[in-house]
Design a protein around this ligand. Structure first.
Ligand code: PAF
Length: 274
């Protein structure tokens, strides 16, 4: 594996390889969830590139940009062991110029749910993903379903701008007790970690009700809100279709249950595609 920090180095490292490129963009602090994306990229491509870049433009004023876990050495070790070919760890000045042209998330799908709670987050996220897809020349890029709205917006960006890349959605990876893996779980104390289980529990309770025949999304949302009572602040518990439109009746095979809540320091999200 070669670790590169500049765009020039990335381009010359790419020249030493040929064949399809599987790309996994990350903000580092790698965990099993990232590893599952890397393994899939490894299995499906000749070349695997991973980026580690804590992207400042997707953090809002007052969010955890400075505190975001940074573990470059451990991340490099994990990538090496997972068979990554090129690890791209750029600095901010490599990725941004002072007076940037920016990309805006679409108003209807980019400014609801996560986009409403974190206005501007998706603009910055799309901007960096566009840059990274162009720089890596990825054949396939791998994204987790945990960030369901992020995934949908990236798929839309690829369609809108005719980007020659296949976006590969990957399943959510959970700890044995159900907690969805996230780099921000590192902020949880022992008590908070056990309370954080209310997110996956909410999804499980909603699924049980759906399996028992419930289709009324208002009732399903109430079940989720109820189950989230261990959280410090609930941000939302909703049922949407796969295009992120609110629906009154859930349709199996075309629904996503989404929850977001604060537990201690981190703001956690989770979801289930049903
Ligand atoms: O999901 C993430 O870790 C980030 O949003 C991404 C896609 C790496 C862009 O910074």
């Amino acid at each position: 594996m070669i670790t590169v920090r500049t765009i020039e180095e990335l381009q010359s490292a790419k020249q030493t390889h040929s064949g399809s490129i599987g790309f996994v963009p990350t903000m580092g602090a790698l965990h099993e969830g990232h590893l599952s994306l890397i393994r899939k990229a490894r299995a499906e491509n000749e070349v695997v590139i991973v980026s580690v870049f804590v992207n400042p433009t997707q953090f809002l004023e007052g969010e955890d940009l400075d505190a975001y876990p940074r573990r470059e050495e451990a991340d490099a070790k994990i990538c090496e062991l997972a068979g990554v070919d090129i690890l791209f760890m750029p600095t901010i000045d490599q990725m941004y110029e002072p007076d940037e042209l920016s990309i805006g998330a679409p108003a209807k799908r980019g400014y609801i749910l996560e986009g409403a709670k974190r206005p501007g987050h998706f603009d910055g996220m799309l901007q960096i993903v566009m840059k990274l897809l162009n720089l890596t020349g990825a054949t396939r890029a791998y994204f987790g379903k945990k960030d369901a709205q992020q995934l949908a917006l990236i798929q839309q960006m690829v369609r809108t701008y005719f980007l020659p890349v296949e976006i590969v959605p990957c399943e959510i990876v959970r700890d044995a007790d159900g907690l969805a893996l996230s780099s921000r779980n590192a902020y949880l104390s022992a008590d908070e970690r056990s309370r954080a289980l209310c997110l996956s529990r909410a999804l499980k309770k909603a699924t049980d009700a759906i399996m028992a025949g419930e289709r009324d999304t208002r009732k399903i949302q109430e079940i989720m809100l109820d189950a989230l009572s261990d959280a410090d602040t609930i941000e939302y518990a909703v049922v949407v279709d796969r295009s992120f439109r609110a629906v009154e009746k859930l349709e199996l095979g075309n629904a996503i249950l989404l929850v977001a809540a604060w537990v201690g320091k981190p703001r956690l999200i989770d979801n289930l595609w049903i």
